[in-house]
Write a protein that binds this ligand. Structure first.
Ligand SMILES: N[C@@H](CCC(=O)N[C@@H](CS)C(=O)NCC(=O)O)C(=O)O
Length: 202
């Protein structure tokens, strides 16, 4: 039994999209919950068991999995047939794990600090900044069409979700813009938007 706690137009939207890409939307119960939004609207939902009131949260046979990158790794291993993860022994396994972790440990903090207008030497030393983040992405994407190589993976889905969420923050670099266009041309992108629109009232 798999349950995803989801708030439309939030970080859990990318997990709905992943379920679609995996072809398993019908095998997961999606429970729509409210969350506290940055604009002060909404609020934590008592129906959401996430200890911090956040989404996404995946529950599999009573076991909770939280944090987007962990959920993505979990789901791509549970449903390997779509080829969106990279199994142990695959030459792209190391980069797959690394980009998933890099998202949460570097990319997300860097973007949040930038949008919050925060700047501090310790933040720069620890996470670097938007310039370095952009260089890291474009360094890979100028060599290969997707972040791991020649085929789309769940790492592309996770990393690109940042700029789906904040299009104005997309670096004006051809390799990144072209990669975003490739990722967003996938039918799952439009279906995810339609899904959230249909459930937006929650
Ligand atoms: N690093 C976490 C972040 C989760 C997160 O902050 N989710 C937001 C939605 S965009 C949330 O639930 N916010 C409600 C709150 O902070 O109470 C992940 O990627 O899963």
């Amino acid at each position: 039994m798999l349950t995803l706690y989801h708030a439309p137009q939030s970080r859990s939207s990318r997990i709905v999209r992943l379920l679609d890409e995996l072809g398993v939307l019908d095998q997961v119960e999606i429970r729509i919950v409210t969350i506290a939004r940055h604009d002060g609207s909404g609020g934590a939902d008592p129906a959401n068991p996430h200890p911090e009131g956040k989404v996404p949260l995946l529950v599999h046979d009573g076991v909770e999995i939280w944090e987007s990158s962990a959920i993505i790794l979990y789901l791509t291993e549970l449903f390997p047939d779509a080829g969106l993860g990279r199994p142990i022994g695959h030459p792209e396994r190391g980069p797959y794990l690394s980009w998933l972790a890099w998202y949460g440990d570097v990319m997300e903090p860097v973007m949040v600090f930038k949008i919050a207008g925060l700047s501090h030497r310790l933040l720069d030393v620890t996470f670097r900044g938007v310039g370095e983040m952009t260089a890291r992405l474009s360094g890979q994407l100028s060599k290969t069409p997707y972040i791991l190589g020649n085929t789309f993976s769940a790492a592309d889905l996770l990393l690109s979700s940042t700029f789906v969420w904040m299009p104005d923050a997309t670096p004006d670099v051809p390799a990144i813009r072209d990669w975003m266009a490739r990722c967003e041309a996938r039918p799952s992108a439009a279906r995810q938007v339609a899904y959230d629109k249909a459930h937006a009232a929650a």
